[in-house]
Design a protein. Structure first.
Ligand SMILES: [Zn+2]
Length: 316
């Protein structure tokens, strides 16, 4: 990373003392509403009304952002959100995540990592935090609920087997209460998703005592499309989900989902099929759990062992 370029960072130092909140987007390069929410926070947060400091990084994974590469960093083809807390002597993504954790997250009192569906993914807005009986997990869950998205998922183990963990899990290991929030997707800029993520960070600032009074609107249209409501206190309660089941296809081919992001599904329900290029069905895909489709691959082309969707399981 010695010759790597610096990341844009905005620091909003409040007039009164208070906690340090670190917010980034762009761990994945094609999640644009998250990036835009951080940019708008930087343009609109008023230091005079803030107790504490907000540090904002719109894009961590600049190589992916520039090349419109989903899921991974194109320099090492590694998903940065599987190698936290990183390694100063590792690959580009490992060095990048190591720098993020040690130079930013580790100095914060709370951490918010903004995501969305990547370029081939649709999703329903949700927040993830680490499950557990310790103080950091409890604080993380409270921040997740305060953020104000439709679903909150608390997870106790890595979602996929991988070398490292995800941003929020690595931050929690460092003792920093943290969440990962997702809205928007399919490589586009949805204004309602931008507004949800923007509003979520403001809600977290309220929760942490960093800001008082009404939540500022980012624009009349965005506010109306986000929730139609004007203050943090009005945010509807999130539905709690306790396990994340990812569904894969065994066969390569054409993917025909029978569900949409946000749909409720039952265990054993057929949720889609995979066909070959002669038009024959080669696989019927069924839901492994009762839950809600949180994200869905929308591009028809799928590879062997390709990721189809993530289902948040309802508490047993
Ligand atoms: Zn992401």
């Amino acid at each position: 990373m010695a010759n790597d370029e610096p990341r844009p960072v905005i620091s909003v130092a409040g007039a009164k003392p208070g906690p340090v909140l670190f917010v980034n987007a762009g761990v994945h390069g094609g999640e644009y509403p998250a990036v835009e929410a951080v940019i708008r926070l930087g343009k609109t947060l008023d230091p005079k009304k803030i107790s504490g400091t907000v540090i904002l990084m719109p894009v961590l994974n600049l190589p992916a952002f520039r090349t419109r590469t989903p899921f991974v960093c194109p320099i090492d083809s590694v998903n940065p959100n599987r190698v936290f807390p990183g390694d100063p002597h590792g690959t580009y993504s490992e060095q990048m995540t190591h720098a993020l954790i040690n130079e930013f997250v580790g100095h914060a009192d709370a951490y918010v990592d903004l995501h969305g569906g990547d370029i081939p993914e649709a999703l329903v807005p949700f927040v993830i935090s680490r499950a557990g009986d310790n103080e950091v997990a409890e604080k993380s869950k409270a921040i997740a609920m305060a953020f104000g998205l439709p679903y909150v998922l608390t997870v106790s183990k890595p979602i996929q087997p991988s070398k490292g963990s995800s941003s929020y899990a690595a931050a929690a290991e460092k003792g920093v209460p943290s969440i990962l929030a997702e809205a928007g997707g399919v490589g586009q800029m949805q204004d309602d998703a931008v507004a949800l993520l923007y509003r979520g960070v403001i809600n977290v600032m309220h929760h942490l005592g960093m800001i008082a009074g009404e939540t500022p609107a980012i624009s009349a249209a965005d506010t109306a499309s986000a929730t139609g409501k004007g203050s943090a206190a009005d945010t509807a309660a999130s539905t709690l989900l306790t396990r994340f089941e990812w569904v894969y296809t065994m066969s390569a081919g054409m993917w025909y989902p029978k569900v949409a992001a946000g749909d409720a599904v039952d265990e054993g329900e057929q949720i889609g099929t995979v066909g070959d290029l002669f038009g024959d069905t080669v696989e019927k895909v069924v839901s492994p759990v009762n839950g809600v489709v949180l994200f869905l691959t929308i591009n028809p082309s799928v590879l062997e062992n390709g990721l189809l969707m993530g289902i948040g399981a309802r508490p047993d």
